[in-house]
Design a binder for this molecule. Sequence first.
Ligand code: NAD
Length: 355
Amino acid sequence: MLTIDKFVYTAHPARVIFGSGTTGQLPEEVERLGARRALVLSTAPQRRQAEAIAALLGETAAGLFTGAVMHTPVDVSERATALAREIGADVVVSIGGGSTTGLGKAIALRTDLPQIVLPTTYAGSEMTPILGETADGVKRTQTTPKVLPEVVIYDVDQTLDLPSGISGTSGVNAIAHAVEALYARERNPVISALALEAIGALYQALPEIAREPRNLAARTGALYGAWLCGICLGSVGMALHHKLCHTLGGSFDLPHAETHTIVLPHALAYNAPSIPDVMQRLETVLGGEPSRALYGLSGRIGAPAGLGTLGMPEEGIEKATTLALANAYWNPRSLERDAIRDLIARAHAGAPPLS
Ligand code: NAD
C-alpha cells in the first residue's frame, strides 16, 4: 500500500495546451489575454521558427527579438526589455528552449508582461518560477512567481527538428529533475506520481527519438514527460545530483545537459541505500535496477561516455569532491568524502555506476 505522510503541495497556475499542431491556437491565446502587441523572442538559430510565429500573429506581432543566448545575460535582457517598452508590447511570446524562455522570464520580471511560451526542448524552464541571470560572469538564481509564464503551448511539431544528440541529453536532464523530486525534502505524493509518469514516458521515448528523430509518437511522449519534469523542478528542491552538476559545470565549463546525463546514474546509485522505497518504484518504471537502467539509457541515446570526454581534467576529481562537500545542502544520504570522490571518478571515466 502507498504510504502517505503529511505534505504541502504548491501548484503553479499556468494554462497548458498540448499536442501536435497546437501552435495554431496561439492567436486566440493572445486574444484571451486581452493582448494586441506581441514581442516574439527566439535565439538566432531559431529565427525561422520565430518568423513563422510572427507571420501567424499578423498585425499582433509588434516586434521580433532573436538575440536570446544561454545563461540569460543581463545586458541581453535589458536590450530586449527596452525593445518591449519601445514597441508598447503587452505580451511576450517565447519560442525555443531554456535560453529563450529565460529571456522571456527576465522581461516579465522587469515589466510584469504576461508570457506565452512554446517550448522546443525538454529543459522545462517554462514550468518553474526560477530565473538564473548572468552578470559579469556570475550567475545568480532567484525564485519568484513574477517570472511564471501564463500560457504554455506544447506543440510537438516544434520539437521535431531538435537535433537527436541534444534531444537525448536534454531529455535525460529532464529525467534528473523527476528522479531528484522523488527523494526531495519537500517530496509529496502528487509530485511523485508526476515524476514516475514522466520518467516512464521519457525512458521509452528517448531511444526511439535517437533512432528516428521525427517519430511523432516518441516526440509526443518525450514532450509530455518533459512537461511533467518541469513541474517537478518547479515544485520541490533538488539534491546531490543537481549540486554536483552545477559544481562540475561551473568549475570545468562543461555542457549542462551532457553533464546531467553522465552524472545521474552515479548520483542515484550513491543515494540508493537511503531511498529503498524510491528505488523500488523506479525499478517498476524502468524495468531493472534503476541506476544501471539510466546508465544503459545514456548509451542508447549516444551520449558522451564520461566527464573526461567532455574535457574535465583528471586532476579535477579532487577539486570537484571538495566543492561538492562545501556548503551544506539537503540530500537523503549524508555526504561521505570517499564515496563522493569515487562517484565523481566513475563519472569521469564513464564507468558503470556502483549499484
Ligand atoms: P537552449 O535553449 O540554449 O537551446 C540549445 C540550442 O538548441 C539553441 O541553439 C537553440 O536555438 C536550439 N534549439 C532549441 N530547440 C530547437 C529545435 N526544436 N530545433 C532546432 N534547434 C533548437 O537549451 P536548453 O537546454 O533548452 O536551455 C538551457 C538553458 O535553460 C540554460 O541556461 C539553463 O540554465 C536554463 N534552464 C532554466 C531552467 C529554469 O527553471 N529556470 C530550467 C531548465 C533550464
